[in-house]
Design a binder for this molecule. Structure first.
Ligand code: URA
Length: 196
C-alpha cells in the first residue's frame, strides 16, 4: 500500500533525480537520493556521493560505506532494517572535492524535504561537511563529535567521524578516532533504545 508519506518522498526523489539546479547534474552518472528504510527513527547524513555511489545510485557503497555498515552492525543497526541514509549533496563532485557552497545551497531543498517528510528522532551528521551544514561553528569534527545538539523537528543530532577518516586512521587505541567512534555509536544506540 502506498501511503501519503511514500508519495511525498517519491515526488521529491523524482525531482531530485532530474535536477539540474547546479552543474553537478550534468557531470554525475546517477544521482544518489537515499538508502535504507524511510520509516526509521534514525537518519544518517553524509557528505556527497563518491565514485561507487555515483555509479550505483546508492549512498555509502564504497570502502567507507562498508566500514559504516560494520560500525552500524556493531550495535545491531542495519540499513535494511533500521536506518535511513542520505547525503548533503545528491550528485558527485568531480574528483571527490569538497562540495561548494553554491552546490550545497542548490541541493539543500532535497535534504530539507527528506527531513520534513521523515522527521527522524535522531540525526547522525557524518563528517565535517554534514556537521557544519547544521551547526554554525568553526570547530573541527574532532571537537564536535560525540555531543548531542538540538536538531530540526525536535530531533537529537550528533556529529560523528566520517568513515573515510577512520580508514586513514587505523589505530584502535584508547582515544584514537576508531575508539572514539565506538564510544559514539554505543551512546547513539543507548539513546535510540530509550525512544518511545
Ligand atoms: N561518502 C559520503 O559522505 N557519502 C557517500 O555516500 C559515500 C561516501
Amino acid at each position: 500500500m502506498t501511503t501519503e508519506f511514500d508519495e511525498k518522498l517519491n515526488a521529491i526523489r523524482e525531482k531530485c533525480l532530474n535536477c539540474n539546479k547546479c552543474p553537478l547534474g550534468a557531470t554525475k552518472t546517477k544521482s544518489v537520493f537515499s538508502a535504507g528504510i524511510p520509516n526509521s527513527k534514525i537518519m544518517l547524513i553524509g557528505e556527497a556521493p563518491g565514485y561507487y555511489e555515483d555509479q550505483k545510485g546508492e549512498p555509502f557503497v564504497g570502502k567507507a560505506g562498508q566500514l559504516l555498515d560494520k560500525i552500524l552492525a556493531s550495535v545491531g543497526f542495519s540499513r535494511e532494517r533500521d536506518i535511513y541514509i542520505c547525503n548533503t549533496l545528491k550528485c558527485r563532485p568531480p574528483e571527490n572535492r569538497d562540495p561548494l557552497p553554491e552546490e550545497k545551497a542548490a541541493c539543500r531543498e532535497y535534504l530539507d524535504a527528506q527531513l520534513e517528510i521523515l522527521q527522524p528522532r535522531i540525526i547522525l551528521l557524518c563528517g565535517r561537511i554534514a556537521a557544519t551544514s547544521f551547526i554554525d561553528t568553526n570547530l573541527g569534527i574532532t571537537k564536535l563529535r560525540g555531543k548531542w545538539y538540538e536538531g530540526p523537528y525536535f530531533s537529537k543530532m550528533m556529529p560523528i567521524f566520517h568513515p573515510s577518516y577512520l580508514l586513514r586512521n587505523d589505530s584502535r587505541e584508547k582515544g584514537s578516532p576508531k575508539w572514539l567512534m565506538w564510544q559514539d555509536i554505543k551512546e547513539i544506540r543507548r539513546v535510540y533504545d530509550m525512544l518511545e
